[in-house]
Design a protein around this ligand. Structure first.
Ligand code: HBZ
Length: 820
C-alpha cells in the first residue's frame, strides 16, 4: 500500500518537530489512562492511547468554541436525528487538526503504524443509510463553517447489524461498537433528565381543549444521560458537540423485591429502561411499527429539548427570545414529537400561554423530509400515542384544531382538509408525524430540487397550498474532507499540487482542474491514482472473499441499502443479459467489467434479501464459467459500512445511480463517486439531476424515464408483460433466472422475485431495461477510448465542488436557521 500523502496546513506552523511531544503524550496515556506497559501493549491499546492524546488536543478548541458562542450570544443550531452514521473518527479528527504527519511520525517512533491501528477503530454505525450519513457529514460541515451546533441522538449500544453472507443469504449479527470502550466519548452524568411515559393529565387552567396549562403525571420515568463526542471542523476552527442520550432507570434495582426473592422482577425496571437505547432500528423505508420505536423517539426528543431549554435559560433567563437564539432541525419525522413536547414544556412547565408557545415552537423548528415513499411516512395508532403520551395527544388535537380552522378560513374542501389533518381517519385512526412536523415548522425542506418539487405536488400538496412559503430545496452535500482528502489521499495530493490549496477551504475551486482534463501528463497521473485505488479495492476483495480482480477492468459499483426502488435487481439482470451475449458472441471486443455490489437489507424486507441471494447466485455461476474468460465478474462485498465505502468509492470507475425516477430523494453516494472521478450511469432522479447540471451532460450517462414519464406511464396502466415480450434480452435473462440456471440446487428459488417483475413491476425495471442496457454499452464504448474516458472522469472531480456539505450548510444557515 502506498503511504497517504502529507497534509501540511499552511495556517499551522510546521509541526513535525512536535512528533516527539505527541509520542510522549501517547505513552503517558497508555501508561496512566489505560494502565499498560508500552512493552506489552497491544495494537488496540495503542489505538486507545492515540485517540486519548488526540482528544486532549481537541479540548481547548472545544472549550473555546463553547465559550465564544456564549460570550457573543450566537444563535445555536440543534440537529435532532435518530441516526448518526459516523464511521471512524480518528483520521477525521487528526486530519482536520492538521496533525496527520505528526501522528504518523510519533507512532512510527514508537514502532507503531498509524494505518494499521486506524483500521482497528470501530465503525460507529448508529444509522441505516443516507439519512444517518447526511447527519454525520452535516456535523462535520457545521463545525467547518463555524456554526455553533449540537447534534442530538441516541447512544445505541448496538448499532446497525453486522451483515454476513451465509451461502449467499444475508445473516444479521449484533454490532458491538462499544465492546472495546469508546475513548472519544465523555459521559456527562451531570447532564441527566427525567423522561416520562404514560400516566395521567390534570388540567390546571380553565380551558379544556388542551390549550390550558396541565400537569402530566407520567406512570413511568427513565433517566436520560448525555455522552458527548467532540466533532472537529476543518482546520480545527471550531469543535462542536454530538450529544447522544443513554437511558438508565431511576432505581437500578428494587431492593425490596430483590430481598423478597423476586430477583428478576427487581431488575425489570432497569432492563426496561436500558432496552430503550439498546438497538438501532434497522428499518429503512418502513417505519418500525413497534412501541419501542415511539418510545425512543420521544425519549431523545424530550431529553434534547430539556437540555436546550436549560442551556438557554441559564444564559438568557427568559424563553420569549428562544427562537432568536435557537434553531432546531428535525432530521425527518423521527423527532417530530418534539413539536408537541416543546409546546408542552413551554406551556405546562414554563407557564407561557399556549398561543405563544405554539408560535415560538414554529419559529424554532425546521423539518427535513427524506422520502416520498408512502410506506415510509410515519404515523402512530391513536391508542398507542394516547397511552404513551397522553398530554402530547391533547396538544396534537389542539394544534390540529388551529390548522383545520385556518384551512376552513381559506375555503379548503373537505378532501383537502382530510389530507391536511394531523389525524388520519381513513382507517384505524393515526397521528401523522409528517403533518405534525410540517405544521410545527417554519421551513420544510426537500433534499434535492426534484424531490422538493415532488413534495409540493404530492404528499404535501395541500399543506403547501395552505402555507406556500414554507417548502424549500436544500440539495444534499458531503464532506470533502472525509470523501476526498482522507479516503483518497493520493488524488487529494495531486489536486493540491496542480491547482494549489484554495480548494481545501472552498471546494468550488476544484473547477480549476477542468483545464487539465485534456493535459496528457496530468491525466496520466490522475488515472494512475485511480488504478492504484482499484488495486487497493482488489486487495480488499481478495482478502475478504478470495476473488481475484483485474484492476484494468471497468469497476462498476453499486453500493447502498438494498431496496427495490434502487433497482439493484435491474443491474444484476443486465449482468445476466451481458453474460448471455458474451457466451453467444465470444469474439466481440468486450470491455472487461467487474460489477461490485454492497449493501444491507432490512431484516424484515424479504424481497431485498432475495435480491442479495440472487446477486450471489448469479455471481457464482458467472465467476466460475470458463467461457466468460474473466470478461465479467460479479462481487457482493459483505457488511457495507462507512469504512468500506471509503475504499470502494475511490476504486470505482462507474457509479450506479439507477433508481426509478421520482423515488430517490437525493442520494449522496452519487456525489462521493463523482468527486472521486467516477462516471455516473443514472436516471434523472434526486440529485443526479444536479450532478448532470454541474458536470455537464456529456460527462454523465443518463438513461430511462423521467419522473414525469413514470407518473404518466403508471396512470395509463403499465403492463410489464408486454414490455418484456418486446425485449429479447430482458425476456431471456428473466427466463434464465426463472428456470434455475443460477440456482440449480433450488430451481424455483427466484421465481417469486421474477413473477413480481412480470406481474406488477412497481419500480419499472422492465420499462427502463433496454435503455439501461444500451447505456451500459455506451459506457463500454467510452471506457475503451481512454483519453475520452479520463477527460470525463477529471471533469467529474472538477465540477463536484458544489456538492460540498459546506455549501449545503451555508444555505441552511442563511435561509432556514438565520445563524452563523
Ligand atoms: O436520505 C435517504 C434517501 O433515501 C436518500 O435519497 C437521501 O440522499 C438521504 C439523505 O437525504 N433516506 C434514508 O436514508 N432513510 C432512512 O434511512 C430511514 C431510516 C429510518 C426510517 C425511514 C427511513 O424509519
Amino acid at each position: 500500500m502506498s503511504q497517504p500523502q502529507t497534509v501540511d496546513l499552511p495556517l499551522a506552523p510546521p509541526r513535525r518537530s512536535d512528533a516527539p511531544v505527541l509520542a510522549a503524550d501517547i505513552v503517558e496515556r497508555l501508561t496512566y489512562r489505560i494502565g499498560k506497559d508500552p512493552r506489552v501493549a497491544e495494537r488496540h491499546d495503542w489505538l486507545s492511547a492515540t485517540i486519548l492524546a488526540i482528544r486532549d488536543r481537541v479540548i481547548d478548541h472545544w472549550m473555546d468554541s463553547t465559550r465564544s458562542t456564549y460570550e457573543q450570544e450566537h444563535k445555536r443550531v440543534y440537529y435532532l436525528s435518530l441516526e448518526f452514521l459516523i464511521g471512524r473518527l480518528m483520521r477525521d479528527a487528526v486530519s482536520n487538526l492538521g496533525l496527520l504527519e505528526e501522528t504518523r511520525d510519533a507512532l512510527a517512533s514508537l514502532g507503531v503504524d498509524l494505518d494499521v491501528i486506524a483500521e482497528l477503530e470501530a465503525d460507529a454505525a448508529l444509522g441505516n443509510g443516507g439519512l444517518g450519513r447526511l447527519a454525520a457529514c452535516f456535523m462535520e460541515a457545521m463545525a467547518s463553517v463555524d456554526i455553533p451546533a449540537y447534534g442530538y441522538g441516541i447512544r445505541y449500544v448496538n448499532g446497525l447489524f453486522r451483515q454476513e453472507l451465509h451461502d449467499g443469504w444475508q445473516a444479521e449479527l449484533p454490532e458491538t461498537w462499544l465492546a472495546d470502550g469508546n475513548p472519544w466519548e465523555f459521559p456527562r452524568r451531570e447532564s441527566s433528565y427525567e423522561v416520562g411515559f404514560g400516566g395521567t393529565v390534570d388540567t390546571v387552567g380553565s380551558e379544556t381543549d388542551g390549550t390550558g396549562r396541565c400537569v402530566w403525571r407520567p406512570g413511568e420515568r427513565v433517566i436520560a444521560t448525555a455522552f458527548d463526542t467532540p466533532i472537529v471542523g476543518w482546520r480545527g476552527k471550531r469543535v462542536n458537540t454530538l450529544r447522544l442520550w443513554s437511558a438508565r432507570p431511576i432505581d437500578p434495582i428494587l431492593l425490596d423485591a430483590f430481598n423478597a426473592g423476586d430477583h428478576i422482577g427487581a431488575l425489570a425496571e432497569s432492563n426496561r429502561a436500558e432496552t430503550l437505547t439498546r438497538v438501532l432500528y434497522p428499518a429503512d423505508a418502513n417505519p418500525a411499527g413497534q412501541e419501542l420505536r415511539l418510545r425512543q423517539e420521544f425519549f431523545f426528543s424530550s431529553a434534547s429539548l430539556q437540555d436546550i431549554l436549560r442551556r438557554h435559560l441559564q444564559q438568557y433567563d427568559s424563553l420569549t427570545n428562544l427562537a432568536d437564539k435557537v434553531a432546531i432541525q428535525l432530521n425527518d419525522t423521527h423527532p417530530a414529537v418534539a413539536v408537541a413536547e416543546l409546546v408542552r414544556l413551554l406551556t405546562d412547565v414554563h407557564r407561557l400561554d399556549f398561543a405563544a408557545s405554539w408560535h415560538i415552537a414554529r419559529d424554532c423548528f425546521g423539518y427535513t423530509n427524506h422520502t416520498l415513499l408512502p410506506e415510509a411516512l410515519e404515523s402512530w395508532p391513536i391508542p398507542l400515542f394516547e397511552r404513551l403520551l397522553p398530554r402530547h395527544m391533547q396538544i396534537v388535537y389542539a394544534v390540529n384544531a388551529i390548522v383545520l380552522r385556518e384551512a376552513r378560513a381559506a375555503h379548503f374542501d373537505e378532501a383537502s382538509i382530510r389530507s391536511i389533518s394531523l389525524i388520519d381517519e381513513s382507517g384505524e385512526r393515526r397521528v401523522r408525524m409528517g403533518n405534525l412536523a410540517f405544521v410545527g415548522s417554519h421551513s420544510i425542506n426537500g433534499v434535492s430540487q426534484l424531490h422538493t418539487d415532488l413534495m409540493k405536488e404530492t404528499v404535501f400538496a395541500n399543506l403547501h397550498r395552505l402555507y406556500p412559503d414554507r417548502i424549500n430545496a436544500k440539495t444534499n452535500g458531503i464532506t470533502p474532507r472525509r470523501w476526498l482528502m482522507q479516503c483518497n489521499p493520493d488524488l487529494f495530493a495531486l489536486v493540491r499540487e496542480t491547482i494549489g490549496d484554495a480548494f481545501m477551504d472552498d471546494a468550488a475551486k476544484l473547477v480549476d482542474l477542468d483545464r487539465f482534463a485534456d493535459d496528457p501528463a496530468f491525466v496520466e497521473r490522475f488515472s494512475a491514482i485511480k488504478r492504484e485505488n482499484k488495486v487497493k479495492l482488489s486487495n480488499l476483495v481478495a482478502r475478504r472473499l478470495g476473488i481475484r480482480l483485474d484492476p484494468d477492468a471497468l469497476f462498476d459499483v453499486q453500493i447502498k441499502r438494498i431496496h427495490e426502488y434502487k433497482r439493484q435487481m435491474m443491474n444484476i439482470v443486465e449482468a445476466v443479459a451481458l453474460y448471455d451475449q458474451i457466451r453467444s458472441q465470444p469474439d466481440r471486443d468486450w470491455v472487461p467489467r467487474v460489477k461490485l455490489f454492497a449493501g444491507k437489507a432490512a431484516p424484515s424486507y424479504l424481497a431485498a434479501k432475495g435480491i442479495i441471494k440472487l446477486i450471489n447466485d448469479v455471481a457464482r455461476v458467472i465467476n466460475n464459467d470458463p467461457a466468460v474468460r474473466g470478461l465479467l465478474k460479479i462481487v457482493f462485498v459483505p457488511n457495507y459500512n462507512v469504512s468500506l465505502a471509503e475504499v470502494m468509492v475511490p476504486g470505482a470507475d462507474l457509479s450506479e445511480q439507477i433508481s426509478t425516477a421520482g423515488m430517490e430523494a437525493s442520494g449522496t453516494g452519487n456525489m462521493k463517486f463523482a468527486l472521486n472521478g467516477a462516471l455516473t450511469i443514472g436516471t434523472l432522479d434526486g440529485a443526479n439531476v444536479e450532478i448532470r447540471d454541474q458536470v455537464g451532460r456529456e460527462n454523465i450517462v443518463i438513461f430511462g424515464m423521467t419522473a414525469e414519464e413514470v407518473g404518466t406511464r403508471r396512470a395509463e396502466g403499465y403492463d410489464p408483460a408486454s414490455v418484456i415480450e418486446n425485449s429479447r434480452e430482458l425476456s431471456q435473462a428473466l427466463m434464465a433466472i426463472e428456470s434455475g440456471v443460477f440456482s440449480p440446487d433450488d430451481r424455483t428459488r427466484h421465481a417469486d422475485l421474477i413473477r413480481s417483475v412480470r406481474e406488477r413491476d412497481w419500480f419499472m425495471l422492465a420499462a427502463d431495461f433496454d435503455a439501461y442496457a444500451a447505456a451500459q454499452r455506451r459506457v463500454d464504448g467510452i471506457f475503451a477510448d481512454k483519453p475520452a474516458w479520463h477527460a470525463k472522469t477529471v471533469r467529474n472531480t472538477a465540477h463536484s465542488g458544489w456538492f460540498s456539505a459546506d455549501r449545503t450548510i451555508r444555505e441552511y444557515a442563511s435561509e432556514i436557521w438565520r445563524a452563523g
